[in-house]
Design a binder for this molecule. Structure first.
Ligand code: PHE
Length: 448
């Protein structure tokens, strides 16, 4: 057994069980990305063909980086900034700080969207949706309403993170994630019973390989993999740092990625039959936000009393998915302040959560800013962070394989893993970034 690095102060918190860790990590991965962006991207870009591309990108790029993050975190027993310094020396500190900044940025708009979902849950419970939801969304999505519900989400997130790794994060995941799986599957089964839903499956999964061979689609698939698996900003690294030495990291990574993909695919099996059964097919293509927050509620409105119940369940699922992801975003920031500045967990959660709540003002009051922040995070920060992590684990760490071997013993394809990290992952990410960075910068420039 390798000795643990010595950490000053109180002993480091740890997950109490394997299930607790896996569910917390799946909670981080399963979020708005699964329910909101994956079904939409799939429908837009060749249906089942896109799913195949996405699985390929996940196996070749997402999974190796996920394993690297878990290994770095567990090996160093430190949050991102210190973990990178632990293995790479002080010149890697700035990268860790970029991760913390990414946590700030992503959570500040992510929580605004989660707030819309919370609001929608309330609307469904209070009487259901009606035909005027498009106008209503325009009111709800920007301004004081949006800000208020963002604050509510942030308050819950802060409360849970302040509770600690076991009593806060792990306990929440143990209750909420199984509930979420059951509800999502229940919704998919219900959707399958609807008359007229069949064209929805057709729209979602009909295979068209013609659309795949563009750099843009590859960029979107790569961006989605990183966003959906919470990679490239130290979230999985931080969760890995609360692990002991006996987890089989490759198995955990496969389990997390598999569960994330399953929920994403099932979410599409919920969304599209519902929309098509109500004859709203024409309204899907406009935007991801539109499909979820306008078209779908219109479908619920058309379903009468059942629509209220189904709508409430659907948006509650969205809130749960988003909340367990928001927790991991805040944990990156909080753990860094605890390890790096010696803050207590309470102080870090309240102070930094409060700062992120304030940073939510621009995206809450201006949906264009929210969109821009999402592009920046998705296309630049996470992909760039993933590239840096692959280089770090592939070239800088002295012996990453030794760390993964702990608890995993005789697995033989470690060589493949390191080769992917060294060559395939950087090559693909550079190719994608060369396209995505200029586009994103143009979008930023056009905004101002
Ligand atoms: N994985 C989350 C989702 O799919 C988002 C997320 C990104 C969470 C990065 C943490 C870190 O919605």
């Amino acid at each position: 057994m390798l000795p643990h690095p010595v950490v000053s102060g109180a002993p480091r918190e740890q997950w109490s069980s394997r299930a607790g860790f896996v569910l917390a990590a799946v909670g981080s991965a399963v979020g708005l990305g699964n329910m909101w962006r994956f079904p939409y991207l799939t429908a837009e870009h060749g249906g089942a063909a896109f799913v195949i591309l996405y699985v390929g990108v996940t196996l070749a790029v997402g999974l190796p980086v996920l394993l690297a993050e878990l290994a770095i975190g567990r090996g160093a027993q430190q949050s991102p900034v210190r973990a990178l310094v632990h293995y790479g020396g002080r010149r890697w500190r700035p990268l860790g700080l970029v991760f913390v900044a990414a946590g700030f940025l992503i959570l500040s708009y992510y929580s605004v969207i989660a707030g819309w979902a919370l609001r929608y849950t309330g609307i469904a419970l209070a009487g259901g949706f009606d035909a005027g939801i498009a106008e209503r969304f325009a009111e709800i999505s920007e301004g004081w309403d949006a800000f208020g519900f963002h604050l509510a989400i942030m308050a819950m997130t802060v409360g849970i993170v302040a509770g600690g790794v076991r009593a806060g994060i792990e306990r929440t995941a143990l209750v909420l994630m199984p509930t979420l799986f059951v509800l999502v599957c229940g919704l998919a089964v219900y959707a399958a019973t609807l008359e007229g839903g069949a064209p929805g499956y057709e729209y979602y999964l009909s295979t068209d390989f013609g659309d795949l061979w563009s750099r843009d689609v590859l960029t979107q698939a790569a961006g989605q993999t990183f966003f959906s698996l919470s990679l490239g900003m130290g979230a999985m690294l931080t969760y890995g740092s609360y692990l002991g030495r006996d987890n089989h990291l490759p198995n955990e990574a496969l389990l997390i990625a598999g569960a994330d993909l399953a929920v994403a695919v099932i979410a599409g099996l919920v969304v599209f039959p519902l929309i098509f059964a109500l004859g709203l097919a024409g309204a899907v293509g406009e935007s991801t936000v539109g499909a979820l927050f306008i078209t779908l509620p219109q479908a619920f409105a058309g379903m009468g009393g059942v629509g209220r119940a189904v709508g409430a369940v659907f948006f509650a699922v969205l809130v749960v998915a988003a909340l367990t992801s928001a927790i991991s975003l805040l944990e990156v920031v909080v753990a860094s302040a605890m390890d790096g500045l010696g803050w207590t967990r309470r102080r870090a959660a309240l102070g930094l959560g409060g700062a992120i709540a304030l940073l939510g003002v621009p995206p809450a009051f201006h949906i264009g800013v929210l969109d821009l922040m999402d592009k920046l995070a998705n296309n630049v920060l996470l992909l760039g962070g993933g590239l840096a992590l692959a280089v770090f684990a592939g070239w800088v760490m002295a012996d990453p394989v030794a760390e993964v071997r702990v608890g995993a013993g005789g697995v033989r394809w470690f060589f493949l893993w390191r080769t992917l990290l060294r060559f395939a992952v950087p090559a693909l990410l550079l190719f994608v970034l060369a396209d995505a960075v200029p586009k994103t910068l143009t979008a930023v420039a056009a905004f101002f």
